[in-house]
Design a binder for this molecule. Structure first.
Ligand code: HEM
Length: 493
């Protein structure tokens, strides 16, 4: 009798709990806390409503979101859903985004011998369709042992301190020519209507000089040749098409969409030029350690042309945009220009390097780093299986006051003196404009050399000011939106 009564009481208690759970979502902590924590998986991560087949891409059609403002879209999504969000692409493949420093660090630290960065699928697709030209997807898009083989054989010269130091005189010469070009292009002795195309020409000239071992003439005052013009258009189109095929619906897998056609056109134009240049290699190119190291690399001949294509495509646009951001930030902070000049006159580049770091913190050209996780990970309390695509929003994390004091302020001094240790320790996994780990950008050393030379030359030559605020748009990388007008007045006036 007593046993029966207890059994009825147990059943009633269980029923009461079920009703409480259904009606008010109550979960007794003693029963659920542990289980809940263990069970939170990718399915529980908050994010926009996912529709079967279409996933969450609908937010770009019905909300006021645009792919060209993706950096703002993510800032808004994190505000709405918290520091970890889940989107779903077509066929409901999940993509997780994280913005907390500890999560970003955990993802980036967990990479093994062959870190996996999701490829630009449309490029990989196109390259697979042309086995006559491509033996693989190339260093940027390949994974695993194939990627490792390419990386080992193609980048040792590009990443070598000695090689880049040896190239410094060429960089200085190109930067001086660029300053002369600015002088020639000014209206009324000071006004540059749009710095963007000029910065792009600098990116083209200096990257081609490095990679191809030749001066291409992008800085000639009277414009550029049709080939070089075509290269410039191709590289720009290439990036826009990467963005549209990566973030848009992948109809290009079924038929050739306009975005896919743009991508193919850009890829083919760069390829044709790279091939022409390889075939016409002469004594001048004999001097180029990087060009020669690619030609002599122990890889399939087709890979050599592709490596040149990848270096040009990866280097030019990134560099051009970074130059605009850096100069605009310095132009809008007069006191920085004064300090820069004083520091340079004292034979130091400490402040200059701090300005470059701070510019990358405030406007990172590559503002988000993607990885496919190689092991199961716990991020913000959710358990993710290996093989999940995670976007690490380091650029947005850099805007958080919890990571950097007065994060929105451009303050190069945070990288110097007493503040330095604190800034550097926070920045290790957040200020990562060139990525991190084994897949880090092999062009980093070269770019840093270019920016140091550029900033010191420009500051010595000009007092420069900006006219409008800088507007940004997402073109697979962060890019300036609209013309960037600036005044460049000679220093000695
Ligand atoms: C301001 C200029 C540049 C920026 C901001 C930049 C940024 C990046 C970033 C963020 C990555 C991904 C790294 C990762 O996943 O951890 C990358 C990869 C790469 N970059 Fe750059 N880059 C720049 C210039 C260059 C230049 C000048 C070259 C070549 C001459 C270059 C060649 C490459 C290559 C080949 C990769 C793929 C590396 C791999 O997957 O192993 N980049 N870059």
């Amino acid at each position: 009798m007593l046993i029966e009564l207890l059994r009825i009481q147990d059943i009633c208690a269980i029923l009461a709990l079920i009703i409480m759970y259904i009606v008010v979502g109550y979960r007794p902590p003693w029963l659920w806390k542990h289980i809940e924590k263990r069970q939170m998986t990718i399915a529980d991560i908050p994010g926009p409503l996912s529709i079967p087949f279409l996933g969450t891409r609908w937010i770009f059609w019905f909300k006021n979101y645009s792919i060209s403002k993706l950096h703002e879209v993510y800032a808004d999504l994190f505000l709405q859903y918290g520091p970890i969000i889940k989107e779903e692409t077509l066929f409901n493949i999940p993509v997780v985004s994280v913005v907390k420093r500890c999560d970003i660090e955990r993802v980036l630290k967990s990479s093994g011998k062959y870190p996996v960065r999701p490829p630009t699928e449309a490029i990989a697709h196109y390259r697979r369709s042309r086995p006559d030209r491509y033996a693989s997807g190339g260093i940027v898009n390949e994974q695993g042992v194939v990627w490792h083989h390419l990386r080992m054989n193609l980048t040792s010269e590009l990443t070598s301190t000695r090689t880049i130091a040896g190239f410094a005189p060429v960089i200085d010469q190109i930067v001086e020519e660029w300053c002369s070009l600015i002088k020639l292009q000014r209206v009324s002795g000071k006004y540059i209507e749009d710095l963007k195309p000029l910065a792009e020409r600098l990116g083209l000239e200096v990257t081609c000089a490095l990679v191809l071992g030749r001066r291409m003439g992008f800085l000639q005052p009277n414009g550029t040749s049709p080939t070089t013009q075509a290269l410039s258009v191709a590289v720009h189109e290439h990036f826009l098409a990467c963005r549209d095929t990566f973030y848009g619906l992948p109809f290009w897998k079924v038929w050739q969409t306009p975005a896919y056609n743009h991508l193919v056109r850009g890829e083919e134009a760069i390829y044709t030029l790279a091939l022409e240049l390889i075939e016409s290699a002469n004594e001048e190119t004999e001097q180029s350690a990087i060009f020669q190291s690619v030609l002599r690399a122990n890889i399939d001949n087709r890979e050599k042309t592709v490596a040149i294509v990848d270096f040009i495509a990866a280097g030019i646009y990134t560099l051009g945009n970074s130059v605009v951001f850096l100069l605009h930030l310095i132009a809008s902070h007069e006191e920085c220009q004064r300090k820069l000049l004083d520091d340079l006159n004292n034979g130091s580049t400490t402040y200059l390097k701090a300005c470059i770091n701070e510019a990358f913190r405030i406007i990172p050209t590559a503002y988000c780093l993607a990885r496919v996780t190689e092991q199961d990970l716990e991020l913000s309390g959710y358990y993710l299986k290996a093989g999940t695509v995670v976007l690490c929003h380091a650029g947005l994390a850099c805007q958080g006051n919890d990571n950097f004091q007065d994060a929105h302020l451009f303050n190069p001094d945070r990288w110097i003196g007493e503040s330095k240790a604190n800034t550097v320790s926070t920045a290790t996994y957040l200020v990562i404009p060139f990525g991190i780990g084994k897949r880090i950008c092999p062009g980093r050393r070269f770019v840093e050399q270019v920016l140091v030379s550029l900033l010191s030359n420009v500051v010595r030559e000009f007092h420069f000011t900006c006219i409008d605020d800088l507007k940004l748009q997402f073109e697979f990388l962060l890019a300036p939106k609209g013309p960037v007008a600036m005044n460049f007045v000679d220093q000695n006036i």
